[in-house]
Write a protein of this length. Structure first.
Length: 121
């Protein structure tokens, strides 16, 4: 028996919806005025924003909370790194989304293979 791939378009629609929702949320998040984002040229860089940006490439699950903490700190302090915090959130959420999608597709394929193969006697 061949595996049934009828649910594959549904997975694609869900993935596209999540991606589109992320883009819309990112656009709404970045529409803040420049006056709230700007800092003095000699302002120190927020360390959490920098660590979150670096972590986004290796540990996206750690980058998301680090990015949120950095944004809260940047609202309270006169530091630079707003772009790094936003980038860590974008890359971190994308990494989390890709990992969940990968696991869901892998599980779906494994279920299809297990249910399509004949049972040993």
């Amino acid at each position: 028996m061949r595996p049934d791939f009828s649910a594959l378009p549904i997975i694609g629609v869900v993935a596209l919806t999540l991606l589109l929702g992320g883009v819309i949320a990112g656009v709404l998040l970045t529409r803040r005025s420049k006056a709230t984002r700007s800092s003095a040229p000699d302002a120190p860089m927020n360390t959490i924003a920098l660590i979150g940006f670096i972590a986004a490439f290796f540990a996206p699950y750690a980058a998301v909370p680090l990015g949120h903490v950095a944004l809260v700190q940047l609202k309270r302090r006169a530091e630079g790194g707003w772009g790094l915090a936003i980038a860590s959130l974008w890359i971190g959420y994308a990494g989390v989304w890709f990992s969940f999608t990968y696991v869901a597709v892998w599980l779906w394929f494994m279920i299809q293979i297990v249910t399509a193969s004949p049972m040993p006697r």
